[in-house]
Design a protein around this ligand. Sequence first.
Ligand code: ADP
Length: 343
Amino acid sequence: MFKTALLRLTLWYLLLIVFLSTGFSAALYSVSTRELNVSQQQLEALVERSFFPSRRPPEELLAFNHARLEQVVESRNRIKWKLVYFNVFIFAAGGVASYFLARKTLQPIEENVEAQARFTSDASHELRTPLTAMKSEIEVALRAKAFNIKDARELLSSNLEEIERLKKLSTGLLKLAQNEALVEVAPCRVADITREAVKSIATVAQKRGITVTNTVGQERVIGNQLSLVELITILLDNALKYSTDNSKITITTSSRHRSQQTAIIIKDEGAGISATDIPHIFERFYRADRSRTKSIVQGYGLGLSIAKKIVEMHHGAIEVKSVLGKGSAFTVLLPSPQIKNAR
Ligand code: ADP
C-alpha cells in the first residue's frame, strides 16, 4: 500500500517540478527571444535600407550587419538548447528529490500505521491470554468426574481474577484510545492530588511495610484534578509494584521558575530500570526485563503510556532517572498557574 502511495506522491511532486520548470523556462525563452527579435528587426531594417544605392553603406558595414544577424539567430538557438538541457537536468534531479521528499512525507504515517498494527496485535494477544486460561480451567472442570462445591469456588475465584485482569486491560485500552480534550482545567493544589493518590495505594503499601513519605509543598498546577490523581496513582502504583518490601517511596515537589513549571518527583528504592529499557518504558505494552517482571509483577505495560498521555494532554513532560537495583525517580513537569494567571 505504501509503495503505491510513495510512487504516486513522487509523481505528483515531479509533476509540480516539471510544471514550474517548464513554465519558468518558457517565460525566460519568450522574454529573451522578444529582446533578440527586436534587435533582429532593427538589423534587418538596416540591412534592407542599405540596398538603396543612395544610402548604400560601405561593404564592411554590410558584412558586419549580416554577421550580427546570424549572431542573433545563433543566440536564440543557444538559449533554446540551454533551456532544454537545463530542464532535462531539473527533471532528473527533481525525480530523485521527489522520491526522497515523498519518502520523508510518508515515513511518519507509515510508522504510525505500523505502531497501530503492533498495538492491535499486542492488545489481542493480551486479551486472549486470560480468556484461554478461563476456557481451559472450565474445560478441565467439566471433564472432572468428581466436582464438589470447593472445586467450584476455586474455579470461580480463579475466573474472577482473570475477569478482573480483563477489565483492567480493557479500561487501559479505552483510556489510550480516547482522544478527548481535557475538560475542567483549573489551578489545583499538588498536595490535594498526591494525598488522593497516596490513599489509593496506602493499604498495599502498609501490608508490605513500604513507607510513603509525602512532603509536597504549596505548589499549584494547572490541570484536571481527576486526571492528575490518576497520573500520580499510576506512578505510585509502579513504585510500589517494583519496590522490595520495607523500602521507602518519597513524593516531593519543586518549582522551576524559569520554565514556570512545577515538578512532582516520585522516588523509590526498588528494582530500577536498565539504561536499554528506559527509552521504551513509555511505549504501549512494553515491560522491561520480561523474564523478571512478568513472572513476579502483574501488569500489561500500559500504565506509563497512559501516564505519558495524561502529561501530554496537560502540556507537561515526564522524565525518569533510574539505577538498576537501586531505584527510580519519575519527574512530572506541569505548568504552574503563574503562566496563565500572571498578575
Ligand atoms: P506495567 O507496570 O504494567 O508493566 P508500565 O507501563 O506501568 O507497565 O511500566 C512499563 C515498565 O516500566 C514496567 O514493566 C517496568 O519494567 C518498568 N517500570 C515502570 N515503573 C518502574 C519503577 N518505578 N521501577 C522499576 N521499573 C519500573
